[in-house]
Design a protein around this ligand. Structure first.
Ligand SMILES: NC(=O)c1ccc[n+]([C@@H]2O[C@H](COP(=O)([O-])OP(=O)(O)OC[C@H]3O[C@@H](n4cnc5c(N)ncnc54)[C@H](O)[C@@H]3O)[C@@H](O)[C@H]2O)c1
Length: 344
């Protein structure tokens, strides 16, 4: 069986990847410092259900411990780096901590991949935030949503990066290191600039995972805070589609460095207002949301131009926004008691 290393295996994306690959005849070595609420529960699930899962509680800033882990695995097919400091809000509170986790943590992993597993694929979870606030691209408001100016399919990889916020800077520098290790050291590195990923098993919080946060708050009958005017939009991508993309990358012969924008694309564009409307129609939302001021550096709209990833990896999202929203809503309703314990 082939070995994979998944950092952040207790997180939403890392856990979903681990479940998939463990069920498909891979060994998974999971790494997580368990700092995010709910991560420990996910690791318990993986340990209980899969003999081929090995877990290390480890911080990605700890080079010594990572060195021990990386040097003890014989041959690694791919490293999926999903661990990270994930909110802009936290990065504003403590930019140095944010940089250590996202910047230095990623560099540690690249360094050890180069040292011990230089032929493997290194897949990095980057973000749409590397393109900055996009204030220089005109937007238009149509009904409940902001769109990019006419005829734009979405943001393509050709747009210059323009980091905004410490989170944007730390993720952006990691993104460039990953790309450059592919270029300079001839490693096989893949940067996935993800837009908004959502789905079952997600535990959204105010600063990250807005779809899951709003749905979970609504079903727990808690107050919902909306930052900005609610017209802001993202191209939402259901987790199963993202896992399918990783599957393609793992099974494909990829050489050198690649950068892809990854999201649901224009047809899966959703605004905060759209989500609120959806919950009202489902009779889930009773209270009026509270509005708070727009978050610093927040993009009014973002959707990925998926042309490159479609052409090179033959991948495009299959799960429509409406079927994805119904799936996550059903999941959250069925797991209400667990959610209440975790969000307590
Ligand atoms: N979910 C999205 O919509 C989205 C969008 C763009 C980019 N991303 C990126 O994808 C990755 C995964 O996102 P997610 O939604 O699964 O986040 P998540 O918070 O659910 O998972 C991150 C995991 O990393 C762990 N972690 C945090 N700091 C760590 C450290 N110093 N050392 C080791 N482990 C640490 C946490 O405990 C958690 O289990 C992140 O890097 C995030 O920035 C996510």
């Amino acid at each position: 069986m082939k070995n994979l290393i998944i950092t952040g295996s207790g997180g939403f994306v890392g856990f979903s990847l681990a479940k998939h690959f463990l069920s498909n005849k891979f060994n998974v070595i999971g790494i997580d410092n368990l700092s995010r609420k709910g991560s420990i529960n996910r690791i318990k699930i993986l340990k209980k259900n899969f003999k081929n899962f090995l877990f290390y509680k480890c911080d990605v800033t700890n080079h010594n411990m990572l060195n021990h882990i990386f040097s003890n695995v014989k041959k690694v097919h791919a490293i999926m780096h999903t661990a990270g400091q994930v909110t802009v809000t936290e990065s504003l509170v403590d930019p140095i901590k944010d940089f250590k986790i996202n910047g230095l943590g990623t560099l540690n992993l690249l360094d050890l991949t180069k040292k011990y597993h230089s032929k493997s694929k290194f897949i990095f979870s980057s973000t749409n935030k590397v393109y900055g606030n996009l204030n220089n691209i005109k937007v238009k408001k149509i009904k409940s949503k902001y769109y990019l100016k006419q005829n734009m399919k979405g943001i393509s990889e050709n747009l210059n990066v323009d980091y905004c916020s410490p989170y944007g800077c730390s993720k952006g520098s990691a993104d460039q290191y990953v790309k450059d290790f592919g270029r300079i050291f001839k490693m096989n590195t893949i940067v996935l600039r993800k837009s908004c990923i959502y789905g079952q098993d997600q535990l959204g919080i105010k600063g990250q995972g807005w779809i899951s946060y709003i749905i979970n708050q609504a079903i727990m009958k808690k107050k919902i805070t909306i930052f900005g005017n609610g017209y802001q939009t993202r191209d939402i991508l259901y987790i199963d589609d993202l896992v399918e993309l990783y599957n393609k990358i793992v099974n494909k012969n990829i050489k050198g460095y690649k950068v892809y924008n990854v999201g649901g694309g224009k047809k899966n564009l959703l605004s905060v207002h759209d989500l609120i409307d959806f919950l009202r129609k489902q009779k889930i939302l009773k209270n009026k949301p509270r509005y708070s001021k727009e978050r610093l550096g927040d993009q009014k709209t973002y959707y990925s131009d998926l042309s490159k990833v479609k052409k090179e990896l033959n991948w495009s999202p299959k799960i429509s926004k409406i079927s994805g929203l119904n799936k996550i809503l059903k999941y959250s309703i069925n797991n209400l008691n667990t959610l209440k314990k975790i969000y307590r």
